[in-house]
Design a protein around this ligand. Structure first.
Ligand SMILES: [Zn+2]
Length: 414
């Protein structure tokens, strides 16, 4: 029988094993992370499953079924430094509970193969490369750029992986794990305040938002703050400040869009000088590629207008971007059904943060995610939390979704 209370007890066990007074310390490729994974492997010993690490260090647990077609459940055990107890770990441990239920109900042989994955290095906390393990599975990895990444102590990513028995040159072999993968389901904490504000325990995730991330630099003229009249200034900060307010209007035209200017640096950055150069960053996100493209265009036009108003110039360079990754429409419907049967209302929302699920979409696999409410919307912090009754509902809803997805897989393979 499904036992959601056991999932909560195990998450607390993991917290006791891998957290200190500042929070969870399961940073990928560290000893604490290895300890967490060892603990997880021990949990598997009483189940009729095979498990192994793939070429990118992801752990795969397989309960063979009558059909080779596989339902895959998963998330990640790694955390950011001083992280929370639920981010990632919830999806893995809830997946384990669902797998136990399948093993028990079908006498060790469910109608389709059930797999559980703990992806390696979702957070990218040490080397600045998120979704490392899942990108290898999806075949969207970037080995050449990643192998030479260094952590803050100057240790190469390639060497840190080798210490854990992972050779980066063998990453492409991890794509084998996609064979027979018929669907991927991931339960995750929301990490934002939306479900709490609606007073709902669970949400149906429509996909992960695309991201446009740009460096924007305004060029004006450094000048003495005492001798330069106001109307003769070329104030680069004034132009940037206008943009920082305008992006609220740009995002506000779309219900789920967000735009953030998260960094502003002024030069020369002293109290007695008009700002001659202002470097800012813009991060824009939405679930629609069209909206994303329009918002970028609007921000660019606005920046040019404000630069002209302040007698400055502006230049842009793209830092990074990723396309929106909508989840599978039929799985989204199954998830909505599971959520509404569990707690009455199925609210649909996009995910602002990226998740391993996004890489699996890029790998061509049908995917859906379910969110459970985060208290105060806080994550990546030791105060990250979720009500225990909500965690229990989440495990139960994931279990329902797993059942209906197995039926869906069987229908599709006839
Ligand atoms: Zn996560």
């Amino acid at each position: 029988m499904l036992d959601p209370k056991r999932t909560i007890a195990e998450l607390k066990e993991l917290r006791a094993l891998t957290a200190d007074e500042h929070g969870a310390q399961r940073v990928a490729w560290t000893d604490t992370w290895l300890r967490a994974r060892e603990w997880f492997a021990q949990k598997l010993s009483s189940l009729p499953v095979e498990h192994h690490l793939d070429a990118a260090g992801n752990r795969w647990v397989t309960l063979p079924g009558d059909s080779e077609k596989a339902l895959v459940l998963g998330s990640h055990l790694d955390s950011v430094p001083n992280g929370g107890w639920l981010d990632g770990a919830l999806g893995v441990m809830a997946g384990l509970e669902v797998m136990r239920r399948f093993a028990e109900q079908y006498g060790g042989r469910p109608p389709v193969t059930i797999r559980l994955v703990d992806f390696a290095d979702e957070e990218g906390a040490r080397f600045g490369r998120s979704l490392l393990g899942s990108s290898a599975v999806a075949g969207t990895d970037s080995i050449a750029a990643d192998r030479v990444r260094k952590d803050k102590d100057g240790i190469l990513l390639e060497n840190a992986l080798r210490r854990c028995g992972v050779e980066i040159d063998r990453f492409p072999e991890a794509q084998q794990e996609r064979r027979n993968m018929a669907a991927y389901l991931e339960l995750h904490i929301e990490q934002g305040p939306v479900l709490e504000s609606l007073d709902l325990p669970l949400g149906v995730v429509l996909g992960t938002k695309g991201v446009e991330r740009h460096a924007i630099t305004f060029h004006g003229q450094e000048a003495h703050s005492g001798s330069t009249p106001m109307h003769q200034r070329h104030d680069a900060l004034a132009a940037a400040a206008k943009l920082a307010l305008e992006i609220r209007n740009i995002a506000g035209a779309h219900p789920d869009a967000v735009c953030t200017i998260g960094s502003v640096k002024t030069f020369p950055g002293i109290v007695t000088a008009v700002v001659g150069r202002c470097e800012t960053t813009l991060d824009q996100r939405d679930l629609s590629a069209e909206v994303l493209a329009r918002m970028w265009c609007e921000a660019k036009l606005a920046a040019e207008r404000f630069a002209a108003e302040e007698k400055c110039s502006v230049e842009w360079s793209r830092i990074w971007s990723i396309e929106p990754l909508p989840f599978h429409p039929e799985l989204v419907e199954l998830c909505a059904k599971a959520v509404s049967e569990t707690c009455g209302t199925a609210h649909r929302l996009p995910s602002g943060p990226l998740h391993d699920a996004a890489e699996i979409v890029r790998g061509g696999i049908p995917v859906v995610m379910m969110f459970v409410q985060s208290l105060r919307g806080i994550s990546h912090n030791k105060i990250e939390d979720t009500r225990e009754d909500h965690l229990e509902l989440a495990v139960a809803a994931l279990d329902r979704l797993a059942d209906s997805t197995v039926e869906w897989i069987l229908r599709n393979s006839q």
